[in-house]
Design a protein around this ligand. Structure first.
Ligand SMILES: Cc1cc2nc3c(=O)[nH]c(=O)nc-3n(C[C@H](O)[C@H](O)[C@H](O)COP(=O)(O)O)c2cc1C
Length: 362
C-alpha cells in the first residue's frame, strides 16, 4: 500500500467528512495514493465482519472506491485483544490494510481509553500494534497514526519507537499535541527527527493548506509521504498540485467547478438531507480556509437544488486558478483559526455514539 521509496499522498480520515461518497469523489481527481477510512471504534466487543461490510462499502469492491482509490481501514481502541480480533474481522471482510488511531482528541473517546489518551502509555502503543500485527496475515500492512504527544511534542520519539517495535509498517504523524486540538502552530520538525531515527516510512500530516505549506513541510520533515485532510476540501485543486509536485498524479486534474463537485457529492450520497448537510459542511470549510464567497447565501438554503441555485446565482461555480503558476485553484491566507473550531459539527462513530471530534478549548 505504501512503498518506502515511492512518494505518496494519502487522503486523511475525517470522521463525518471523508465517508465513502467523499472518498470516491476525491479518488476521481487522480491525486491520492490511497485513503484511510473514518475510525471504527472498538469498545466492549470486537467489531464483527458484517459491520465492516456495512460501514465500508469499498470492502466489497476489492477495497477500492468506485474511482479506483485503495482504502485502508482505521480502528480505534485501547484493548489489544479486541483490536486484534476486529482487525482480523476487517481482513475477512476484505480489508487490505489496517491503521490504528492514536490521535483522536475527542474527550468522549479519550475518557474511554482510545485515541490520543494512549499517547500517555507508550508501552500500550507497542502492545496494541503488536497484537494487531500478529492477528493479520503478513501481507496486510498495519500502520499507526499518532499526534506528537498528549501535551509535549517530544513524546513522539518514544511513542514512535514503541509503534515501530510493535511492528508498524509505517507511521503517520499529525504535527500537533492532543491539548492543542486543531490550533496552530504545527510542529513539522519533530516529524523529521522521528523519521530519521526510525527505520520505517513516516507520513507527515497537519496544516498543509497551500503548495507553499507542502514545500515547507517537505523541507522540514524530509518526508516523501504526506497526508492531506482539510486542505483537500478548502482547495479542491490542492491535492492534484501536490501529487504533480511529487510526480505521482495518475491523470490530469479533471475539469471541474464547485457546482459539479457538489452535484456529484449529492448524487453519490443520495439521501437529500444528508447531502444538504455535507454540502454545507464542505462549503463552510472552503469559506473558512479557502475561497468560497457564496457561503452566506448557501447556509440558508433548505435543499440541494436551492443550494445549487444559490451557487449559480452567485456566479462562483468556476473555481479559479490560484497561484501564479496555476498549480492550485485558489489559495488564500487562512482565516482566524479560532473560527475553525465551529466548522465541524458533532461527529458520530460507526457505533452511532455521538462524539465531538474537536476538543473543548483548554
Ligand atoms: C472533522 C475531523 C474528523 C477527523 N477524524 C479523524 C479520524 O476518524 N481518524 C483520524 O485518525 N484522524 C481524524 N482526524 C484528523 C485528520 O486525519 C488529520 O490528522 C488532521 O485534520 C490534520 O490534518 P489536516 O491539517 O490536513 O486536516 C479528523 C479531523 C477532523 C477535522
Amino acid at each position: 500500500m505504501l512503498d518506502p521509496n515511492t512518494p505518496a499522498l494519502i487522503l486523511a480520515p475525517m470522521d463525518g467528512i471523508t465517508d465513502a461518497p467523499m472518498r470516491a469523489l476525491q479518488g476521481s481527481f487522480g491525486s491520492f495514493s490511497f485513503a484511510v477510512t473514518e475510525f471504527l471504534r472498538v469498545s466492549a466487543h470486537p467489531i464483527p465482519r458484517k459491520v465492516f461490510k456495512r460501514d465500508i462499502p469499498e470492502l466489497s469492491n476489492g477495497s477500492k472506491t468506485s474511482t479506483d482509490l485503495p482504502v485502508q481501514v482505521q480502528l480505534l481502541g485501547g484493548d489489544p485483544g479486541r483490536m486484534a480480533s476486529s482487525a482480523y474481522a476487517a481482513v475477512l471482510a476484505g480489508a487490505r490494510g489496517i491503521d490504528i488511531n492514536f490521535g483522536c482528541p475527542a474527550p468522549t473517546v479519550n475518557r474511554h481509553d482510545g485515541g490520543a489518551s494512549l499517547l500517555n502509555y507508550p508501552h500500550r502503543i507497542r502492545e496494541i500494534v503488536s497484537a494487531v500485527r500478529d492477528a493479520v496475515p503478513d501481507g496486510i500492512p498495519v500502520s499507526a497514526k499518532l499526534r506528537l504527544g498528549w501535551d509535549d511534542v517530544d513524546s513522539i520519539y518514544r511513542n514512535a519507537a514503541m509503534a515501530a517495535e510493535g511492528g508498524a509498517s509505517w507511521l503517520t504523524i499529525h504535527a500537533r499535541t492532543r491539548t492543542q486540538g486543531y490550533r496552530p502552530p504545527v510542529y513539522w520538525r519533530p516529524i523529521g527527527r522521528a523519521r530519521a531515527s526510525l527505520g520505517l516510512p513516516v507520513v507527515a500530516n497537519g496544516d498543509i493548506w497551500t503548495l507553499q505549506d507542502f514545500c515547507r513541510c517537505r523541507d522540514e520533515t524530509g518526508c516523501i509521504h504526506f497526508m492531506l485532510g482539510r486542505g483537500a476540501l478548502a482547495d479542491p485543486g490542492l491535492s492534484h498540485a501536490i501529487a504533480t509536485g511529487l510526480g505521482i498524479a495518475k491523470s490530469p486534474m479533471p475539469e471541474t467547478n464547485w457546482l459539479r463537485l457538489f452535484t456529484g457529492l449529492a448524487e453519490a450520497i443520495g439521501e437529500p438531507k444528508l447531502a444538504l448537510c455535507r454540502i454545507k459542511q464542505w462549503a463552510k470549510i472552503a469559506h473558512l480556509y479557502g475561497w468560497f464567497p457564496a457561503f452566506d447565501a448557501i447556509k440558508l438554503a433548505q435543499s440541494v437544488p436551492e443550494t445549487l441555485a444559490c451557487l449559480q446565482a452567485a456566479s462562483i461555480s468556476e473555481i479559479l486558478p490560484s497561484t501564479e503558476d496555476g498549480s492550485s485553484w485558489r489559495a488564500f491566507p487562512m482565516r482566524d483559526s479560532r473560527l475553525v473550531e465551529d466548522a465541524f459539527p458533532p461527529a458520530t462513530t460507526g457505533n452511532n455514539r455521538p462524539l465531538t471530534y474537536i476538543p473543548t478549548p483548554v
